[in-house]
Ligand binder design. Structure first.
Ligand SMILES: [Ca+2]
Ligand SMILES: [Ca+2]
Ligand SMILES: [Ca+2]
Ligand SMILES: [Cu+2]
Length: 420
């Protein structure tokens, strides 16, 4: 059943030479950017007068490594913003990240998101398209929605630019919508959130100041989760935590070119931001590029183009008295998760990228010991630490079997909140 990683790579290299040679068609659309790197950092480049952000992502395949050393074949996105257009494909090939690059936006910003499909070089038999589905974004027309049956997918070797005009702050997610069960299980999932206008203006009624992240004074909060007009969603520390789970049988069958076990999907490697505990608390870049543990036939071979695939820490550090905003999203395709943080009170202030406020203007915030949510759902949770003893607290799944890396105990869906 095992096959040679080297042999695969060679096949892939040949396939790439054929498909990226003289016709590398990377066309990054970003107003004012003249050299296609989605940035305004070269002579003569100026951003538009209105607030604008550009990003360039590639979509392809790669590998992530589980805490027990087992590599997982993945599909995923990778951030090539700043990469010259003529190098984006070669850098994106076999460079999938898990989760995909975090996208952080501002209300009233215009966002140009270019996506280049670099192909799945470890599966040269496939010709899958990819897309970006901005989950929860109210597209006026379905053409940019990323659902291939209703709009379009981006074929291998092609680039398309999505355009968004951000009007609704909140915590969202994005993912590929092509063969959604397969591509999402394989890792085409990521954090996305939109900061509110209130960060720049303070409360309209004057009851809260401009946020520090937009130049506010020293005593101001770092930001607000929503335009609450009363400062109740203010936070000093912000942490996006995306929960998911990889089904190792599915990923192993994929790289072995076997039929995929859709009906048996159940994540046996539950994760936060693409890692199982204790990797969750390692620093952003503390992981190494994944290696073959022998499963792929080339023990020790460095995978994922030599890139660190999992570059997102979930370790949270706050000073006593600070307010913590958890931007929780569940992107599992087969599981509800219940998250709990013993010793801390969680206050849900937003759900599904909406402030929890009634039509009568009253806050419908919910203080709770646990948050239970399903795939595609997001919750904004404020944790107050003014009355909390300093120490290390655990945020973890309430179900025991979700706190393991397959057979390895004390792993999976656990991270730490350190109160100093
Ligand atoms: Ca540029
Ligand atoms: Ca440049
Ligand atoms: Ca497929
Ligand atoms: Cu895809």
């Amino acid at each position: 059943m095992k096959h040679s990683f080297k042999q695969h790579t060679l096949t892939a290299a040949v396939a790439l030479a054929l498909c990226t040679g003289a016709h590398a068609a990377v066309f990054v659309q970003c107003p004012g950017d003249t050299d296609g790197d989605a940035l305004w950092n070269s002579p003569g480049e100026t951003p538009p007068a209105t607030p604008t952000k550009c990003m360039h992502l590639t979509a392809g395949d790669g590998f992530a490594v589980m805490p027990d050393g087992h590599p997982m074949y993945t599909f995923g996105f990778s951030d090539r913003t700043g990469t010259p257009a003529n190098q984006a494909i070669s850098k994106g090939i076999l460079g999938a990240h898990w989760p995909g690059p975090k996208i952080e936006l501002e209300e009233d910003q215009e966002f140009y998101l270019s996506l280049t499909n670099v192909g799945t070089v470890m599966r040269p038999d496939l010709f899958d398209g990819h897309s970006v589905h901005f989950h929860g974004f109210p597209n006026a027309a379905s053409v940019f929605d990323g659902v291939p049956e209703l709009s379009f997918a981006i074929n291998q070797g092609s680039t398309v630019t999505y355009y968004y005009n951000l009007k609704d702050p909140g915590t969202y997610i994005y993912h590929c919508h092509v063969e959604a069960t397969e591509h999402m299980e394989m890792g085409m999932l990521a954090n996305l959130y939109v900061h509110p206008k209130q960060d720049r203006t303070g409360c309209e009624n004057g009851s809260c100041p401009v946020a520090k992240r937009q130049g506010g004074a020293a005593g101001a909060p770092l930001g607000y989760a929503y335009n609450d007009n009363d400062g109740t969603t203010a936070y000093d520390v912000e942490a996006p935590l995306q929960v998911s789970g990889f089904d190792s049988d599915f990923h192993d069958a994929h790289i072995q070119v076997q039929p995929l076990p859709f009906a048996a999907l159940e994540g046996d490697y539950p994760q936060i931001n693409g890692r199982g505990y204790p990797d969750t608390v390692k620093a952003d870049l503390a992981m190494s590029p994944p290696k073959d543990d022998g499963f792929l036939g080339s023990p020790g071979a460095v995978l994922n183009n030599g890139e660190i695939a999992q570059n997102m820490s979930s370790l949270i550090t706050v000073n006593k008295g600070q307010r913590l905003l958890l931007r929780l999203s569940n992107v599992s395709i087969d599981r509800f998760f219940t998250l709990t943080a013993p010793g801390l009170t969680m206050k849900i202030v937003g759900a599904g990228a909406r402030l929890m406020r009634g039509t009568d203007g009253k806050n419908l915030y919910q203080e709770t010991a646990s948050v239970n949510f399903g795939g595609g759902e997001t919750h904004d949770v404020i944790v107050e630490t003014a009355n909390v003893a300093p120490g290390t607290y655990f945020l973890h799944a309430a179900e025991l079997h979700q706190m393991s890396n397959k057979t390895q105990m004390d792993g999976g869906l656990i991270t730490e909140i350190v109160v100093n």
